[in-house]
Design a binder for this molecule. Structure first.
Ligand SMILES: [Zn+2]
Length: 114
């Protein structure tokens, strides 16, 4: 499962940072997930439970911030938001140009107890 290995590496980063901060418990983890990152948020949540089991992040709240895909139309010099990779500019109807956001998959922030 793709999401499982993603979550494993995210949590190992969280645990490393928590250890460096001298934290005893992780309360909340926020992940930023782009609409086009190719991961399923529900699958991430499921993996989260398995991966944090027995760690100091067990029972932490997982918050997933979904980032919409944003494209840049060079002809109109404007950005537009779309839910899929193949879409067109709402003004000039040219096919979607440069992808500016939507592939993120990163740790946004975390809250710990020290
Ligand atoms: Zn356009």
């Amino acid at each position: 499962m793709h999401e499982y290995s993603i979550m494993q590496s995210a949590i190992s980063q969280v645990l490393r940072e928590a250890r460096q901060a001298g934290a005893t418990r992780v309360h909340e983890i926020r992940l930023r997930v782009g609409a086009l990152s190719g991961v399923v948020p529900d699958a991430l949540r499921f993996a989260f439970e398995a991966v944090t089991d027995g760690t100091c992040a067990q029972g932490a709240v997982l918050t997933i911030e979904e980032v919409p895909a944003r494209f840049w139309c060079a002809a109109c010099r404007r950005e537009f938001v779309s839910a899929n990779l193949y879409s067109e500019c709402p003004d000039c109807h040219n096919p979607s140009g440069e992808l500016r956001a939507g592939r993120e998959l990163e740790l946004a922030s975390m809250e710990v107890d020290t």
